[in-house]
Design a protein around this ligand. Structure first.
Ligand code: ME8
Length: 509
């Protein structure tokens, strides 16, 4: 039986500087989902990469006294270091300067020139270089998206016949409720499409850093047209490759809400022009802000992932970003909030639960898991709640609602800790109620195990450590048999290890 495929992508990040937590956010989300789908039997293809052409990169490189490619190489190296530090399990990393991609972009451009979907015209108007966006109108000469100064350009340009695809796009949006997620982002895109679409400029001729237009090398392909194609060129398109046939259409393009128009309108129209299926889902998440302002390379209000990782570890960054804010909404970043989540939820909540469970089994049962020999109301209720959790997590993950998945999990963490307080195992031990104590501790161990199985995509370093302490099996490619109650066998070894989340002193606090 062939496994079902799951093709997931991140945006290609511009190589104009090191990545801040915004870029890490999208890539971590993709990694969490990739791990979750792999653990549930899917044949996952997880793509990320770098967006290297265009005026912005050309200028940035010049400021560093470097050639664009040389500059891009140095930044891409940093991306790779970051993805390694954050345990990102991508299957392929595409650079828009890769030969196969550049060749494919030229071929696609030619194909669309031949079919009439791309034609030569003249662009007179405004351009925002930081956003690499053509802007139709602006009263104050500032970019409506980022607020910075626009440049007036007047160039002979190739145009893409976007106007032709308005009706088909409306049909796509209306007929597929999960094409644009979260649902609250759909209306804005739909309304703008319904107002009517104009053809868009897809080439530039005043600088050189890009893929030359076939047969007209004075022009280079517009950086967005080039970059969007990565999602299919990475699979070998426009050649009819096995990989392309296997994985296209993408199951999930993860993006920030800043680039929803490119992904939900321009990209599907390009695909329609090429005769390819549109992606199944584009999920646009919100922005991380500092004091309410979007964290952004060009604004310079930045937090780097390493500032969190060096103190709290990579798992904490992952956990925090999806626990603190519903996936889809904006959220304000503070180190206080990271510190609170770490100490209250990871250290005192989950870490303490696993620690108490393992150490009581070590102390009272010599490190052998006791059997749940007698009935206990509290234990039964906790077991029922924990057993029901994996299905709820699944439902949330399938909607790409990472925050809801964590909330289902944390509900069980809270109840398990409450159960420890209510059942008072230390009193049961003192009073010699060994059988009841066995039931309580078995229930806590099995609940902790289920929690760690569900948390693995969110805590890929810590969850296996906790599972090993509980003597539990774990297979990152086959979680399903482990998602039911009663997998731990009485008599199996449990070891008390180091705390999963030791206390952290923040310097200067
Ligand atoms: O737009 N909060 O690249 P980019 C949350 N190259 N996410 C953020 C963020 C923030 N403050 N800042 C950035 C580009 N992001 C193009 C994409 S795709 C074919 C080409 C994330 O380097 C978010 O995912 O500006 C956003 O969409 C992406 O980084 C933009 O990265």
């Amino acid at each position: 039986m062939t496994r079902e495929k799951f093709y997931i992508t991140t945006p290609l990040y511009y190589v104009n500087g090191e990545l801040h937590i915004g870029g890490a956010y999208t890539t971590l989300a993709a990694d969490i989902l990739a791990r979750w789908h792999r653990a549930h039997g899917k044949d996952v293809f997880f793509l990320t990469g770098s967006d290297e052409h265009g005026q912005k990169i050309e200028r940035e490189a010049a400021e560093h006294g470097m050639a664009p490619k040389e500059f891009a190489d140095s930044i891409v190296q940093k991306f790779h270091e970051l993805w390694e530090a954050l345990d990102i399990t991508f299957d392929h990393f595409i650079r828009t300067t890769d030969d196969y991609h550049e060749r494919a972009v030229g071929e696609v451009f030619k194909k669309l020139m031949d079919s009439g979907d791309i034609y030569l015209g003249r662009y007179e108007g405004l351009y925002c270089t930081p956003c690499e966006t053509f802007v139709a109108t602006s009263e104050d000469g500032l970019c409506p998206s980022c607020g910075r100064e626009l440049e007036r350009i007047s160039e002979e340009n190739y145009f893409f016949r976007l106007s032709k695809y308005g009706d088909a796009l409306l049909e796509l949006i209306d007929g597929n409720p999960s094409f644009i997620l979260p649902p609250y982002r759909r209306a804005e895109v739909r309304n703008r499409v319904a107002e009517g679409l104009e053809d868009i400029s897809v080439s530039r001729s005043t600088f050189k850093w890009g893929v030359p237009v076939p047969g007209d090398p004075d022009h280079i392909v517009y950086v967005w047209f080039d970059a969007l194609l990565n999602y299919v060129t990475a699979l070998g398109a426009p050649d009819d490759t096995e990989r392309f046939r296997r994985y296209w259409p993408a199951d999930l393009h993860l993006i920030g809400k800043d680039i929803i128009w490119f992904h939900c309108v321009i990209w599907p129209a390009m695909l329609m022009a090429l005769g390819y299926e549109p992606p199944r889902t584009v999920f646009a998440h919100g922005w991380w802000t500092i004091n309410g302002e979007k964290i952004s390379k060009s604004k310079g209000n930045i937090v780097y992932p390493r500032e969190v990782v060096s103190l709290y570890g990579a798992d904490t960054l992952r956990f925090f970003l999806f626990r603190e804010v519903p996936f889809g909404r904006d959220g304000n970043f503070t180190f206080e909030a990271v510190d609170n989540r770490y100490h209250q939820e990871l250290a005192n909540g989950l870490g303490n639960l696993v620690m108490r469970t393992a150490s009581m089994i070590t102390r009272y049962f010599g490190g052998k898991l006791p059997s749940p020999a007698v009935e206990d109301e509290g234990a039964k209720a906790l077991a029922a709640l924990a057993s029901a959790m994996p299905a709820k997590v699944r439902e949330a993950m399938e909607r790409v609602d990472l925050g809801a998945a964590l909330e289902h999990i944390w509900n069980v963490v809270r109840e398990a800790n409450r159960f420890v307080e209510n059942s008072k195992p230390w009193v049961l031990a003192k009073e010699g109620e060994t059988e009841r104590l066995g039931t309580v501790l078995y229930t806590l161990a099995e609940t902790s195990r289920l929690l760690l199985v569900e948390l693995y995509p969110f805590l890929p370093r810590t969850a296996p450590v906790g599972l090993a302490q509980l003597g539990a099996e774990w297979d990152p490619l086959d979680a399903e048999p482990l998602e039911r109650w009663g997998v731990l066998k009485p008599g199996s070894p449990v070891t008390k290890g180091k705390p999963l989340f030791p206390r952290v002193e923040r310097p200067g606090v």
